[in-house]
Design a binder for this molecule. Sequence first.
Ligand SMILES: Cc1ncc(C[n+]2csc(CCOP(=O)(O)OP(=O)(O)O)c2C)c(N)n1
Ligand SMILES: [Mg+2]
Length: 360
Amino acid sequence: MSVTTTARFEIKYRSYLTPEGRLTGTPPAIASDPDLLKRLYRMMVLVRIFDSKAIALQRTGQLGTYASCLGHEATHVAIGAAMAPEDVFFPMYREYGTQLWRGVHMEEILAFWGGDERGTTFRDQPLDFPWAVPIATQTLHAAGAALAFKLRGEKRVAVTVIGDGGTSQGDFYESLNAAGVYQLPAVFVIANNQWAISVPLKAQTACETLAQKAIAAGLPGLQVDGNDVLAVHEAVSEALEKARGGGGASVIEALTYRLSDHTTADDARRYRSATEVEDAQKKEPIGRLRRLLVARQLWSDQDEEALVQDCQRQVDVAVQSYQAYGRPACSDMFDYTFAELPESLRAQREAALAEGPARG
Ligand SMILES: Cc1ncc(C[n+]2csc(CCOP(=O)(O)OP(=O)(O)O)c2C)c(N)n1
Ligand SMILES: [Mg+2]
């Protein structure tokens, strides 16, 4: 008997922008595109200001449960910036940076978390999917849409985001398998923020990386620094180009950290240490991009002040639009789950309509 090696695999890791804001290695072309770097920065700051306002709205009873994106800004914004308008995005539930870049409105995000079905359709981005709270289902939707693009011969790509915890779900493996075997135009980004509510990564999987989950499906897997907007943008752009050119799907694991509670219904102090969060804070994405811009004399204190004021104004306008939505019709909670309402719910719907407040 002889034993030989039939296959060998490796997972590469990419990062260019250090936490100190210095560039290392051979950075991608966007490193020499000051306008794009500043657009990315502006959007990351807008998302962060929006995020803290949304939490304040929830704390004051003006919003339902809300899932913060604090710390994920580079990953989310870079995905949006890399995608083409005709691609379709399949989010989980905290990718506001991608959504805002693609034309979703802040008041629509607020409406969704305010429990209003009108927040699940995006007037200026009607093809992107709404949030998928059932973990990992969005990866199946992405694989399905990618199959449709392929069958129709369209040069479009389905892009989806999943969490570290979500990669343990069967749906995720099934999506990757389909994407591999059918050579689908899809990009799967794993936003590995180290936690799935209170479950840390080491209790989630025995894998050294989540990117390697691609290998079993015959897909390439890559790890990037998810707090480095340049690395994420480059990796997603390359994966999109490959998919658009008929080269099939890719998996990108973006290593980041959930600096917030899981949602406003969580208190992460109960299960993780302050030191861990402080360490992660030192690597957060916005400060490092600002340090790069400042070092290159592309950004000043006055620019920062003006940006923050402008973002606050935009967020205030969005909050006013959200508040002007008025109450949703109470029939909404029955109307968007079943194609045909079961008999028992039909009776409940009628009773609710007889008693409930009307829209307006
Ligand atoms: C199918 C399913 N199971 C369980 C849940 C409850 N749940 C909501 S969020 C979450 C953790 C997800 O963690 P991860 O995938 O790492 O994403 P993150 O929230 O960290 O971004 C769980 C288990 C759910 N929403 N759907
Ligand atoms: Mg997670």
